[in-house]
Write a new protein. Structure first.
Ligand code: HEM
Length: 502
């Protein structure tokens, strides 16, 4: 009896495997036949190229290796998922980023949906267009100018905390900058102080880390990428708990701001009706008050989107920038000279909007940092139809991964791509001034709405830090180990040493 049951289960298993193989070959050839003009590593039946991407650590080195071997675009396959086409050349990048048709985000973003819902980053079509139009005035320079005080107040808090690092060999700047940028995005866009730098054991920050990590793990997994399987895993519970912390904070921020507005008797007349140049959250609340279709959920999703996009990205960029400056004393000297010239003309210790515009060398340093270490190294689009371009077909349903990190290290565009050479942004180089070749903020209709905000924040912060401290390299054994966790990070930290500037 036992023998017969074993025989039966072996037969069932055999049939199951055969069927899976058949389905995989059918699925694979249906899509991959169309992709015959695009090269890529040979897939293993059933799992495709998943073995190359077992861990987060594998993503960047393997993508760079395949770029070198197969050129751009190249293709990847993951089990039964739609094919993935990786783009890292200016021609295809321009085609996709400049398009007003291919603006739908790829399936990768579905892992952000529990958190960001249909916020500006993840939505598409009419909803995205309407919200983009509504939110754009929040980045008018009149508004941005008002934020300079907030940047300075918060950099002072961070600088005070750094006093304890003076004299130590080196320290990781990223955790400090995460809290700093979180305070800034809340105080500027949301007009709410959450004092994350003071209460540095923030549950919110840990919750954001949890959801971004789970998002990346899901996008790499053959199984938990499916919602029906994911719901039965520990990760699902972990994400749900983290989301509760995030949403509770978001809701309390919105509630607090609503109450403040209600208590300001002349708010409606002066700010709402006359100036109509409102910071981000007030703009959303105004739209709601004006009866535009913005539900509480919609407001929460936009607030979550800005809290996410507005802090981790800038924290990563400033950290890598300080790291680069610490490693290049001549670059540091030039920035300090530029800052000195600007300060000498000024009667105060504060940087005005026009002072920040004058920091051309620092701007080149930031640009070169974002070239080598783009905060968002990969972004994605969905092929909403069979797309034919330059003799190549990308079948409907494919994920188009726009691999900015690869393009920004392309030796044709950026000679000696591994070297940190800010000067390349000071010469009028037509090739790299093309917005579709230099893409750390993406480009075209879905580019980063917070680009100017980020530039001002980065210049002000680095300017103030360099006034106070001299940066020096971390100990010689320190190496960055880059990973993509939605945002570019380093598993070994981003370390520098500091001395008080004499
Ligand atoms: C150094 C800092 C930053 C970098 C490198 C950066 C980069 C990017 C990139 C590459 C995208 C396109 C992403 C995609 O297509 O998936 C993007 C979109 C976006 N960014 Fe930024 N970002 C930065 C700072 C900010 C800040 C400070 C804010 C808000 C204040 C912000 C808000 C957004 C939003 C809302 C989107 C979605 C825009 C849309 O799809 O219409 N970003 N950013």
């Amino acid at each position: 009896m036992l023998l017969r049951m074993l025989e039966l289960s072996s037969v069932i298993l055999f049939v199951f495997c055969l069927l899976s193989l058949f389905l995989w070959f059918y699925f694979h050839y249906n899509y991959f036949f169309k992709l015959k003009n695009i090269l890529g590593p040979a897939p293993v039946p059933l799992i495709g190229n998943a073995l190359y991407f077992r861990e987060i650590n594998d993503i960047l080195p393997n993508l760079m290796r395949f770029k070198k071997k197969y050129g751009s675009p190249f293709k990847l396959s993951f089990g039964f998922q739609y094919p993935r086409v990786i783009i890292c050349d200016p021609k295809f990048m321009t085609f996709f980023l400049s398009s007003t048709k291919y603006i739908t985000k790829s399936e990768d973003y579905k892992f952000l949906r529990n958190w960001l819902g249909n916020g500006l980053l993840t939505s598409t079509g009419k909803e995205w267009k309407g919200h983009r139009k509504m939110i754009t005035p929040a980045f008018h320079f009149n508004i941005l100018e008002q934020f300079l005080d907030v940047f300075e107040k918060n950099v002072d808090i961070m600088i005070n905390k750094w006093e304890r690092e003076v004299g130590t060999k080196c320290f990781d700047v990223f955790p400090y900058l995460k809290l700093f940028t979180l305070d800034i995005i809340c105080e500027t866009a949301l007009r709410t102080e959450i004092n994350a730098q003071i209460d540095d054991n923030s549950d919110y920050v840990r919750a954001v880390q949890t959801v971004t990590r789970i998002m990346m793990e899901r996008s790499l997994s053959l199984f938990v990428s499916y919602e029906s399987i994911y719901k039965f895993t520990n990760k699902f519970v972990e994400e749900r708990d983290a989301l509760k912390i995030i949403n509770d904070l978001t809701d309390s921020v919105v509630k607090r701001r609503k109450e403040e507005i209600e208590n300001q008797s002349n708010y409606q007349t002066e700010e709402f009706k006359v100036k109509r140049k409102l910071a981000f959250l007030d703009l959303l609340l105004q739209a709601e008050a004006d009866g535009e279709r913005l539900s509480e959920i919609s407001i929460r999703e936009e607030v979550n989107t800005f809290m996410f996009e507005g802090h981790d990205t800038t924290a990563s960029a400033i950290s890598f920038c300080l790291f680069n400056i610490s490693q290049h004393p001549k670059v540091q000297k030039k920035i300090v000279e530029e800052l000195k010239t600007i300060s000498e003309k000024s009667s105060t210790d504060h940087y005005t909007y026009s002072d920040l515009q004058e920091m051309k060398y620092l701007e080149a340093v930031i640009k070169e940092t974002l070239r080598l270490y783009p905060s968002v190294p990969i972004f994605g689009r969905l092929a909403i139809e069979d797309i034919v371009h330059d003799g190549k077909v990308i079948p409907k349903g494919s994920t188009i991964s726009l691999f900015a990190f690869g393009l920004l290290r392309d030796p044709e565009l950026f000679p000696e791509p591994e070297k940190f050479l800010p000067e390349r942004f000071l010469n009028n180089n037509v090739k790299i001034n093309n917005p579709y070749s230099y893409v750390p903020f993406s480009a075209g209709p879905r580019n980063c709405i917070g680009q100017k905000f980020a530039m001002l924040e980065m210049k002000s912060t680095i300017g103030h830090i360099l006034r106070k401290f001299e940066l020096h390299p971390a100990d010689e054994n320190f190496r960055l180990n880059l990973i993509v966790e939605a945002i570019l990070k380093s598993t070994t930290g981003i370390k520098i040493g500091i001395k008080k500037r004499g």
